[in-house]
Unconditional design. Structure first.
Length: 169
């Protein structure tokens, strides 16, 4: 996966092309339960003299599709370890800035519910909490709730192989 990102805030700025390699597994033990562990490695290739970073993400998602209703619920947790650089501006020296190495460890918990209202319409609600520790800034937290609708449609009929049970001659 390649992704272009660009952002800037009081303590850091970043632009570049990030490359991610991801390993994902799914185990379906039955009764609508799905267990999904995953790992991702990300490298952001920014301006070589400024802000590149490496990131490792690992986590687990547990999902359950209710057998009696078109509803799926998921809960998950992951952690993200980042090695990056932040551009820090020192106002006491007239606004000079320097690059400082920074390591962050972030924890993210989440819950999601999806309801298939119609074959082509799905409603969802998501809650996510992120809390982190950094070698450069104070500990931080973020909480967000999202909700919305997803329109779905299938293109073409699914093809299935047919098996013939002809008797051998």
């Amino acid at each position: 996966v390649a992704n272009y990102t660009s952002y800037s805030d009081e303590i850091s700025a970043n632009w570049g092309l990030s490359h991610t390699a991801q390993l994902y597994a799914a185990w379906l033990p039955g009764h609508g339960v799905k267990v999904s562990p995953y790992y991702a490695f990300t490298y952001n290739d920014a301006d070589p003299e400024t802000l590149s970073y490496l990131g490792h993400t690992a986590g687990l998602t547990l999902g359950w599709t209710l057998p009696w209703a078109p509803v799926t619920v998921e809960v998950g947790y992951d952690f993200i370890a980042l090695d990056l650089q932040s551009q820090v501006t020192d106002s006491s020296t007239g606004g000079t800035s320097e690059l400082v190495d920074r390591t962050d460890l972030q924890h993210r918990g989440r819950a999601r519910a999806r309801w298939r209202v119609l074959p082509w319409l799905e409603a969802f609600a998501t809650w996510e909490s992120l809390w982190g520790e950094s070698s450069l800034v104070d500990d931080y937290t973020r909480h967000q709730a999202l909700g919305g609708l997803t329109l779905r449609w299938d293109v073409g009929a699914p093809s299935r192989p047919t098996l013939s049970m002809a008797a051998a001659a």
